[in-house]
Design a protein around this ligand. Sequence first.
Ligand SMILES: CC(C)(COP(=O)(O)OP(=O)(O)OC[C@H]1O[C@@H](n2cnc3c(N)ncnc32)[C@H](O)[C@@H]1OP(=O)(O)O)[C@@H](O)C(=O)NCCC(=O)NCCS
Length: 208
Amino acid sequence: MIGRHNPPIETASEHCKTQEAKLILPKNEAVPQAEFQPFGVQLKDGRQVTVREVRADDAERMQTALRAMSAESRYSRFMSAIRELSPNMLEKAVRPDAKRELQLVAVASEDAQEKIVGGARYAAAPGSVDCEFALALIDDWQGQGLARQLLETLMRTARARGFERMEGYILPSNAAMLMLAKRLGFVRVEYSEDPGVQMVRCELARIV
Ligand SMILES: CC(C)(COP(=O)(O)OP(=O)(O)OC[C@H]1O[C@@H](n2cnc3c(N)ncnc32)[C@H](O)[C@@H]1OP(=O)(O)O)[C@@H](O)C(=O)NCCC(=O)NCCS
């Protein structure tokens, strides 16, 4: 079953990749049990977001972000025609189990309010050193280098917290996600449970 440990959220579309998105604050160098340090990212088009851990009061913001995604993006993320998160999924998303899950959100400021524009998470089975990632951005925020920052941050944090491998399940038609995973060191591995899905894996010790 796909995304066994990995429900919620996240979200982009055109590609204007003329320059790298820039980190404004130091990259997160998490240590085991250390609190995740929020940081700012300047996107390729100049927009700015903050990447932070999800909070319990983010439920409505997460639901709003999911509704703002195109049906195609939602399908790519959940591999089903989901329109919104169930109350149960939402609850799990905003209250991750700190020992084996991390849920990050990218937030922009809009009319002095926080708006979630994307998210990324990893989750692991209890006691496992393998974790599974998932991410998505609202379409309007795709193609700006944000997904790369989110996934790199997930990888570094997972490694710092003792995970050895990160895996992901990607639709073969999802060129953006396949390319991003490849750029960050993931390799394709055989996955016989579902021929309609591509599995990728990264040995986290290999990342810089
Ligand atoms: C997949 C997704 C997260 C990528 O986000 P993004 O904002 O386009 O990614 P970035 O801008 O950070 O791009 C990172 C890299 O991805 C690759 N990439 C992005 N879009 C691409 C495309 N359409 N074709 C090929 N490669 C692409 C490039 O290698 C790019 O690197 P570059 O900037 O050096 O060219 C985003 O499209 C999304 O949210 N999709 C819907 C949900 C989803 O598919 N989630 C994945 C399931 S786990």
